[in-house]
Design a protein around this ligand. Sequence first.
Ligand SMILES: NC(=O)c1ccc[n+]([C@@H]2O[C@H](COP(=O)([O-])OP(=O)(O)OC[C@H]3O[C@@H](n4cnc5c(N)ncnc54)[C@H](O)[C@@H]3O)[C@@H](O)[C@H]2O)c1
Length: 313
Amino acid sequence: MKILITGALGQIGSELSSSLKKIYGEKNVITSDLKTSGVADEYQPYETLDILNKTALAEVIKKHNIDVIYHLAAILSASGEKNPQLCFDVNIIGLYNVLEVARELNIKQIICPSSIAVFGPETPRDNTPQQTVILPKTMYGITKASGELICNYFVQKYQMDIRGLRYPGLISYKAPPGGGTTDYAVEIFYQAITKKSYQCFLKPDTTLPMMYMEDAIRGTIELSQIEFKKLKNYCDFNFAGISFSCQELADEIKKSIPDFVISYAPDFRQAIADSWPKSIDDSEARNQWGWKPQFTLEKMTLDMIKNLRKKLL
Ligand SMILES: NC(=O)c1ccc[n+]([C@@H]2O[C@H](COP(=O)([O-])OP(=O)(O)OC[C@H]3O[C@@H](n4cnc5c(N)ncnc54)[C@H](O)[C@@H]3O)[C@@H](O)[C@H]2O)c1
């Protein structure tokens, strides 16, 4: 099986690519992104690919006889608010290019992540259900909600195999986050270890759904491997790990770094966070394909600190 990953140099792609290479073979996972040079050996084979260029996308797929696409190229929430036009182009036009080319070239499977950003202030914020009010207020959320609908449309109209998860904020020690509202939950660890202090851009009691990257990668691959006909949902699975507030995370870090000090200076991202759920009901993912997270707040914090100490000190 030959896999193409778009946006592979981002926070998720950089970890997903190595996991997929371990399962399917180094040469069978082709990574791609905008970068034109200086891409590390671990990503090879690599193609420079702008998903807005539909012709180039088709050429890469044909050149490598691609069977499966993990479509990760996107503009995230905070970056999307700074540049809504780019967010619309990459997340909507880019996705449509991927779906159309995949349809024309008979791609066997597409994995297309969604996000908790599809929810808005009218959505119940605690234990947010799978089927609920979807009225996002950010351009990113609007593109992700539209993306789910477009993907589901291609499943129904063309019987294509397309699957997706509503990722919560993802936490990883390997790759930096790419301009999202939950980035604080990664930055805080870097600053706690190197400076023993962190100024958070969200308020102390802001609670958001999060997940450790190891869980997210495992869940994504598990969803890709389940028989398609067993699924009742396709491109919009609620997907939960752990929910915590900024202060709860700071308190957990203090258990390992007692002199760590946190301060708060909320910026424009507070309004985005306030429009998102606090916790997610992922019972459909658990029931339909057996999803179960493994990392608690404590386990994730200990693992982040252990690995970042090795990396930074
Ligand atoms: N990281 C999270 O916390 C999170 C949460 C919810 C959903 N998601 C979703 O997961 C997917 C991957 O997110 P990520 O965190 O790895 O994002 P990221 O920003 O870290 O990486 C995205 C990559 O896409 C690339 N890209 C941007 N425009 C492109 C274009 N026109 N053509 C090709 N590549 C382009 C960027 O160079 C970048 O490497 C996205 O669909 C995102 O919406 C991520």
